[in-house]
Design a protein around this ligand. Sequence first.
Ligand SMILES: [Zn+2]
Length: 355
Amino acid sequence: MAIMITKLMKTKPARSMVLPRMVVTGPGVLEQIPAVIAELDIPERGLIVCDTNTLDIAGNKVIEYLEAGGHPMEKVEIKGANIEELERVEAYSDKIDFLVGLGGGRPIDIAKQAGFNNNIPFISIPTAASHDGFGSARASIRRDGRKTSMQAIPPIAVVADTEIISKAPKRLLGAGVGDIISNQTAVLDWRLAGQKADYSEYAAALSEMAAELVENGIEKVASGKEEGVRLVVKALISSGVAMSIAGTSRPASGGEHKFSHWLDSNCSNPALHGEQCGLGSIVTMYLHGGDWKRIKDTLSAVNAPINSKELGMDDGIILEALIKSKEIRPQRITILDKSTQKQIEEAALATGVIG
Ligand SMILES: [Zn+2]
């Protein structure tokens, strides 16, 4: 009986939302981490998941702040986001009360999944704004060499220090713009699939607004100044919130994401997630009959790739990925699933993505 009750408690009620309880954004907010943990009433012992790079950038500081705040800290430096590293982190489960994921992607994915699997609160500290994963419920973990997207829950808190994120390579910020801009085509695809895809007007509006705010402020973003970086960070957090409201990744993941996932699975050297999604979004916006030139101009402004050459791939593989994207999550209907091979080729050529 006791087992049954535990099982019941773990099952979420239908249509419930799990959202981060605290989001702290701004320059220098890293030192507020002990205050955030006190506010959340989380007990003592923590584990920080990072990699060698992020340990230098901010990890040592996080450990210092937390230990000064009375939290004995362990640390794991991971080499990738795969099942083996996940198991290495999960081995600490009995000895810790909270997890901190510190990085651009991989350490956050591992800490998020370990926290979810073991019911341990997880705090997300992004060091780059390259995609919306640092505030979302999904984790991308490699299993047998293949990337798989796993269900978890969003972080209990996000602490995004824009002073640190501003120092990340500009290419990562460009990718973040690509991921956020693709919300527009994701929402169009979601509408296209209609009620069968649990369409939510609120989640769609939030997701589109995040993309629009970045589009309208793209000059600020391109300047690389803290204010522009903060705009992208807040938009990416909103994107995660929109997905949590919807209970599906639909508001921020449509055909352009299927295109990117196909490239991840079939190319030995894929580009960044946000770069691929941004590029895919130019083509899918054309197919939707929308303002694809605005997407292209927005990506150009931050030097994100707008054609196959800039993405570092052949025209052939881009076209194949656009056409075969329907093999990825076939139940998720998007404009790419509804278009003919000829229409897709025409769109890729007309937008200058290939050719
Ligand atoms: Zn994405």
